[in-house]
Design a binder for this molecule. Sequence first.
Ligand SMILES: Nc1ncnc2c1ncn2[C@@H]1O[C@H](COP(=O)(O)OP(=O)(O)OP(=O)(O)O)[C@@H](O)[C@H]1O
Ligand SMILES: [Mg+2]
Length: 251
Amino acid sequence: METDAIELRDVSRRYGAGGGGVRALDGVSLAFPTGTFTAVMGPSGSGKSTLLQCAAGLDRPTSGSVRLGGTELTELSERRLTLLRRARIGFVFQAFNLLPALTAEQNVALPLRLAGRRPRRAQVREALRRVGLADRARHRPAQLSGGQQQRVAIARALITGPEVLFGDEPTGALDTVTGRHVLSLLREMVDADRRTLVMVTHDPVAAAYADRVVFLVDGRVHGELTGGAPAGEIAARMASLEADDAAAVPC
Ligand SMILES: Nc1ncnc2c1ncn2[C@@H]1O[C@H](COP(=O)(O)OP(=O)(O)OP(=O)(O)O)[C@@H](O)[C@H]1O
Ligand SMILES: [Mg+2]
């Protein structure tokens, strides 16, 4: 039977109170099955990053339920949530967020240190080898290209063996060719290791690497495409959502 790595039920997130408040998520229910790759798309401000933050236990919904495996995240204390994130969740951001003073291998080892585990050099080197950077272990971020830095960030996200990997525009700062390389790598993490990947992107070509594309508009799920939709179809859907969104803005 297929299980869900993450399940959101009726999740809402409000920022601020009263008339000036913003409802960034408005009753979102979504399941992310284990071993699948989901892309999340939608106009700017539609709630994509907020969705990711709530699903990953980095932000708390105002109401609703978020389950990771069997664990209800909204009921955990800050401390338990931090421990759970370190052990079971990986992140890759648009800005690679590597520590500039540390070498590639020290950056990759960091999550293990934070989790109180002693990093083994062989394990760290293997993680770098998998992302094609075995020969860059001693380089600092400033000595690496953007694509190489993002691959270090992916190795760092995977070093603890997380069940779920979240990416907020992980290819947003990369050129087309480098971005494709990183996407192939992410796809492989799903296919070879059965990890669950949820990725926010503006790029229909990037979204076409996913098994499913979920569209958000104004904090609500606004349909999805499944079964490996081609980039052209995804782009057409996005264009129509953005046209609706623009039409809805009061002038
Ligand atoms: N910390 C915050 N305080 C107040 N409002 C916020 C906060 N974070 C997000 N918002 C608002 O919530 C809504 C959703 O924001 P979110 O960052 O999730 O959008 P997004 O879809 O990721 O947009 P983008 O594509 O531009 O990154 C927006 O209206 C935004 O202004
Ligand atoms: Mg965002």
